[in-house]
Design a protein around this ligand. Structure first.
Ligand code: NDP
Length: 248
């Protein structure tokens, strides 16, 4: 297992769910955390807790990953002590709606495509050149079982996660010959704010999603990400699918 002491880890979507769980797992390793999301007050609360509990060094970025210029500005204006990102966790993402394609909402589609695909690409495009220059780094993309199995009415969300899977594979190939690692972590159902967001705050509908299944916790996913990034430098975990035992 490699040490994360002094490594700089950028986590997008750190204000909730899997991103927050990752921040908590890495906070206790001596790593320095850059936490990004739109809800700055959530990030501030999390940073306070991590500093108090683990004395973690944290740098916050209020960022909408859909805004390419904002992503470029955020990465290029990092203070020198934070600029050399070792691990990028592309976690920010969402689903909107659960509709038949021919009845779907254009706004929902655009939000999913812009966040899950384009946002992930922007971060990768601005962070990876530094990794190539320094000859070190690891990109972890949070995909989904939805990138492997298309479920009824999941059309566009599943399409975005299939794209994430293809992008992860493509990036791995592009970086062959360098020591930079690329991993796709693809969970099944995880109990987070994801379903509330999907149904635009309709919590009753959101709860029904988990009926009959004991979902993964955000910590389950963060543990797997921790495992992937702490393997020996010659080991690349290309893809991990983790599912609740009772989810098909
Ligand atoms: P949450 O809704 O709990 O967290 C989503 C995070 O993404 C939030 O921190 C949110 O922050 C951030 N985010 C969303 N849009 C943007 C944006 N435009 N710019 C910056 N940050 C953004 O859901 P999860 O933790 O479950 O989701 C994390 C990832 O896991 C997603 O990629 C999701 O697709 C994936 N996933 C989730 C599964 C599940 O069942 N929950 C299953 C498989 C994969 P803010 O709103 O503050 O910007």
């Amino acid at each position: 297992m490699i040490s994360l002491q002094n490594q700089i880890i950028l986590i997008t979507g750190a204000s909730s769910g899997i991103g927050t769980a990752c921040a908590r797992v890495f906070a206790n390793t001596g790593a320095k955390l850059i936490l990004a999301a739109r809800r700055l007050e959530r990030l501030q609360e999390l940073a306070e807790t991590l500093k108090k509990e683990f004395n973690t060094e944290v740098y916050l970025i209020q960022l909408d990953v859909r805004d390419r210029a904002a992503v470029e500005a955020a990465i290029s204006s990092l203070p020198p002590a934070w600029a050399d990102i070792d691990i990028l966790i592309n976690n920010a993402g969402l689903s909107r709606g659960l509709d038949k394609l021919h009845e779907g909402s254009f706004a929902d589609w655009e939000e999913m495509i812009d966040t899950n695909i384009k946002g992930l690409l922007y971060l990768t495009r601005y962070v990876v050149p530094g990794m190539v220059k320094r000859d070190r780094g690891h990109v972890v993309n949070i995909g989904s079982i939805a990138g492997h199995q298309t479920y009824p009415n999941g059309n566009v969300y599943c399409g975005t996660k299939a794209a994430v899977r293809a992008i992860s594979e493509g990036l791995k190939l592009d970086l062959l010959g360098t020591p930079i690692r690329v991993t796709s972590v693809d969970p099944g159902m995880v109990e987070t704010e994801f379903s509330d967001v999907r149904f635009h705050g309709d919590t009753e509908r959101a709860k029904k999603v988990y009926q009959g299944v004991t979902p993964l916790t955000p910590d389950d996913v963060a543990d797997v990400i921790f495992f992937c990034v702490t393997r020996s430098p010659h080991v690349n975990i290309n893809e991990i699918v983790l599912m609740p035992v009772d989810q098909a």
